[in-house]
Design a protein around this ligand. Structure first.
Ligand code: SF4
Ligand code: FES
Length: 246
């Protein structure tokens, strides 16, 4: 495939950015989107130009680093996948692909497609820890009964990889799907009950402090989330917060 790429280039956080056009040729449909970006960068380096900066780490849908807005969609046109899992077979020969960084004031651009997502780290830190007895008399996990339903829902919430696609997709730049998932993964389990009230209060307070918007139930976050995190987690977070405040 031969493709035209329109990519957001921005030297650093304080510089003005702009879209620049590039051509890539002989791209195979079996390549991942990031492999296609590697081809472009090799081309740029060989021509003595600056490669396009983008985040990546695991390249298998686990770390949540590969945040790119592709043709107006977080992680591109496929469903349930991250950018690193997106295959070039989703595109056609001759296509023009627009590639931008996450768009949200709380995720400022550092360089090109790399944004600062440390706001998510600060929200998680605000949530604190869970009490686990590590004195040597640790309770055997099987002695704490947990219903299959609760265990499944907690596990589903825990699959959130903190990529930020929900924020980038939301018209309000809301982080409620992410925070809802992080609150839910503990709220559903007995081990998470001890600090439950402080956890939800502190995480929501930090989320507001970071400047993320509110949820208006549009549901775009759920559609674009590569891990299929459900809106139910936002409802659960709101219930947990109400319970904590009462
Ligand atoms: S809720 Fe989904 S889109 Fe949001 S950070 Fe977690 S995995 Fe990414
Ligand atoms: S590089 Fe880790 S999820 Fe894409």
């Amino acid at each position: 495939m031969n493709l035209t790429l329109k990519i957001w280039r921005q030297k650093d956080a304080s510089s003005k950015g702009q879209m620049i056009d590039y051509k890539v040729t002989e791209i195979s449909g079996s390549m991942s989107f990031l492999e296609m970006m590697d081809v472009l960068n090799e081309q740029l380096v060989n021509a003595g130009e600056q490669p396009v900066a983008f985040d990546h780490d695991c390249r298998e849908g686990i770390c949540g680093m590969c945040s790119m807005y592709i043709n107006g969609e977080a992680h591109g046109p496929d469903r349930g996948v991250t950018t690193c899992q997106l295959h070039m077979r989703m595109f056609k020969d001759g296509d023009t692909i627009t590639i931008e960084p996450w768009r949200a004031a709380s995720f400022p651009v550092i360089k090109d497609l790399v944004v600062d997502r440390t706001a998510f780290d600060r929200i998680q830190h605000a949530g604190g820890y869970i009490s686990v007895n590590t004195s040597g008399n640790t309770q055997d996990a099987n002695s704490i009964p947990i219903s299959k339903h609760a265990a499944d829902e907690a596990m589903d919430a825990a699959t959130c990889i903190g990529c930020g696609a929900c924020v980038a997709t939301c018209k309000n730049s809301s982080a409620m799907l992410f925070v809802g998932a992080k609150v839910s993964q503990y709220a559903l389990l007995p081990q998470g009950q001890v600090e439950a009230a402080d956890r939800v209060r502190n995480m929501v307070a930090q989320m507001d402090l970071e400047g993320f918007g509110n949820c208006t139930n549009t549901g775009a976050c759920e559609v674009e989330c590569p891990k299929g995190i459900s809106l139910d987690n936002i409802a659960r977070m709101n219930r947990e917060l109400m319970k904590a405040n009462i």
